[in-house]
Design a protein around this ligand. Structure first.
Ligand code: AGP
Length: 608
């Protein structure tokens, strides 16, 4: 997600902004920029790439401004290039805006502004905001921002400055954090305290729907409805390292706990309840092209491959389209058959995985339409594909993928509904699944509350050297992903299997040193799973069952049970993976492994 920092006070703003941006780098970004209120107006400097690129084009300048704003951008709308980097200005260049969040109705707003004669320079949603503020600005910057935001749907954390109002910075929050740093004769605004801590530990957090007018020695807070708000001053006791991890011990745990929010972002603006379908404009496919899809190939690596396997199960079951999931490293060399009407979905969090990129290029060479499901906007796979869907999970710092996986599954669930509703799925069925999807973030929150219980389980099993993970149907990809999470961060050997497959060999491994994690929700294959569990018990195997809340029977067989809330089986994988992520995390912690940077692993495997 993007980073924001602003300064107003007696000191030069430039060094303070650059220090603040450096403190925000950990959030992940792909471009950066600053705006300064110099004597002759607003000066903006911004560039694609990392902070050194911005430093190289600013350090020689002798900036005098003592008011400025800065930004690190994690691209959501528009490539990570110089033009799309923040700050954004309108047409007069007298106002500059930095923004964290997604403005859902930016296209409609942009069309209205274009009809009023406004000319746009970028593809971003944020530039629309700059034009809106400029449109409403008649001397009072706070009022102009308030009026502009009253038109906006979506999420924002913003900071705004204007050469017509050199003594203020205006900030506002809706869904993306904004915090005011209260100094002595100076004030700061930022998206998180990491950018402020060097200057003050006294902060005021804005709440959703609030705006702040910040001067060098004061600030006031009010709502969009112009209701004054009494600030609540807090003192930060965290150190910087803790702040970058949001108070969590590791990025991986932070990212596991971000999933209610990242899943909301993955579905934001994409649930079309009026037509009981999904809205995925980025696919760039016309209705008849979507109608005439005859076959789907999904290709990916690692965790993304597990998401793709779920995609196969869902699309075949609900949309009745033949789907094959392919390891990208195999697909690229085995001369795949690509016939007319074949669509290839290419799943990659980084958008840079060498095997996946090569697989996509091979498919395109053979005439396939390739659609990317990526997290990094402007990544190679995203750019070279014929269209696609961004998962909007924000930067995933932990090498072991967690929030990207659930957002990949979310997007595949939405693609399933879109395709199914064009075929045999009824309005009522579509509406029911959309409702189930909309409730997923809250259900994930429910499961995250089991963290302490799962930590206790980890204490019971962390000394084991082998694990089996079993699941049937849509829970088989979850078993695979649970096993991968454990092995890649704890270095314990773990294998995922279709539960029934255990009889064809793996059952020889079962003894009291082989814990078996079994996905055992009360779904259509529940009784089959119970039989598999009995087979394990008969061989003194130890079972950790992931079951449905209220299931009394399961505890008679399993040694330990993690209960999930009862949900529609369509969305069960989205919450079923959460306890397995936490179990892997806590076991790795107990084994003193480097959770965020496991040995031998890279976050993006850009080599064969
Ligand atoms: C997942 O925890 C691993 N880090 C790894 O399997 C990863 O999923 C795989 O390398 C694919 O990466 P991508 O999604 O960026 O293409």
């Amino acid at each position: 997600m993007c980073g924001i920092v602003g300064y107003i006070g007696p000191r030069k703003a430039y060094p303070i902004l650059m220090e603040g941006l450096k403190r925000l780098e950990y959030r992940g970004y792909d471009s950066t920029g600053i705006a300064l209120l110099e004597r002759d107006g607003v000066v903006v400097c911004k560039s694609a790439g990392k902070l050194p690129a911005l430093i190289s084009c600013t350090e020689a300048e002798d900036y005098q401004a003592n008011v400025g704003i800065g930004h690190t951008r994690w691209a959501t709308h528009g490539e990570p290039n110089d033009a799309n980097a923040h700050p954004h200005t309108g047409m007069t260049g007298r106002i500059a805006v930095v923004h964290n969040g997604i403005i859902e109705n930016y296209s409609a707003l942009r069309e209205v502004l274009k009809r009023q004669g406004r000319i746009f320079k970028t593809e971003t949603d944020t530039e629309v905001l700059a034009h809106l503020i400029e449109e409403y600005h008649n001397g009072n910057l706070l009022q102009a921002v308030r009026r502009a935001l009253s038109q906006v749907e979506g999420t924002y954390g913003i900071a705004v400055l204007s050469s017509d109002n050199p003594d203020v910075i205006v900030a506002a929050r809706q869904g993306s954090p904004i915090v005011i740093g209260c100094g002595d004769g100076e004030n700061l605004v930022a998206s998180d305290v990491a950018a402020l801590l060097r200057y003050t530990n006294r902060v005021v957090y804005l709440e959703d729907g609030e705006l702040a007018e910040v001067t060098a020695d004061s600030f006031s807070i009010s709502t969009l409805e112009e209701v004054e708000v009494t600030p609540h001053l807090e003192e930060i006791s965290w150190n910087l390292d803790m702040i970058e991890k949001g108070g969590f011990d590791h990025f991986m745990l932070k990212e596991i706990f971000e999933q209610p929010e990242t899943l909301k972002n993955a579905m934001r603006g994409r649930l079309n309840f009026e037509e009981a379908t999904a809205r995925l404009n980025g696919l760039n496919l016309q209705y008849d092209e979507l109608h005439h899809i005859k076959r789907i190939i999904i290709t990916a690596c690692g965790t993304s491959w597990h998401a793709g396997l779920l995609g196969e199960y869902l699309i075949e079951e609900y949309a009745r389209i033949p789907v094959e999931i392919e390891y990208a490293s195999e697909f690229r060399y085995r001369s795949p058959i690509i016939d007319p009407g074949t669509i290839v979905f290419v799943i990659s969090q980084s958008g840079e995985t060498a095997d996946t990129l090569a697989a996509m290029r091979e498919a395109r060479r053979k005439g396939a339409t390739c659609l990317g499901i990526c997290n990094v906007v402007g990544s190679t796979i995203a750019r070279e594909s014929d269209g696609g869907v961004y998962i909007h999970a924000g930067p995933e710092i932990g090498v072991a993928s967690t929030k990207a996986f659930t957002s990949q599954m979310m997007v595949l669930s939405l693609i399933t509904i879109l395709l199914a509703r064009m075929r045999s799925m009824s309005f009522d069925e579509g509406e029911k699944l959309l409702r189930a999807i909309s409730e997923v973030p809250d259900r994930v929150k429910d499961v995250l509350e089991l963290n302490d219980r799962i930590k206790e389980l980890a204490e019971k099993y962390y000394n084991m050297n082998n694990f089996l993970y079993l699941g049937r149907g849509v829970n088989f990809p979850i078993a695979l992903e649970g096993a991968l999470k454990l092995k890649e961060i704890s270095y314990i050997h773990a294998e995922g299997y279709p539960a029934a497959e255990m009889k064809h060999g793996p059952i020889a491994l079962i003894d009291d040193n082989m814990p078996v994690v079994v996905m055992a929700p009360q779904d259509s294959v529940y009784n089959k799973i119970l039989s598999n569990m009995e087979e394990i018990k008969a061989r003194r195997g130890r079972i950790v069952a992931v079951a449905t809340k209220g299931d009394k029977k399961i505890a008679e067989i399993a040694d330990d049970v993690i209960y999930l809330p009862r949900v529609n089986s369509f969305v069960l994988p989205l919450i079923g993976i959460i306890p397995l992520q936490l179990l892997a995390y806590h076991i790795a912690e107990l084994r003193n492994c480097d959770v965020d940077q496991p040995r031998n692993l890279a976050k993006s495997v850009t080599v064969e």
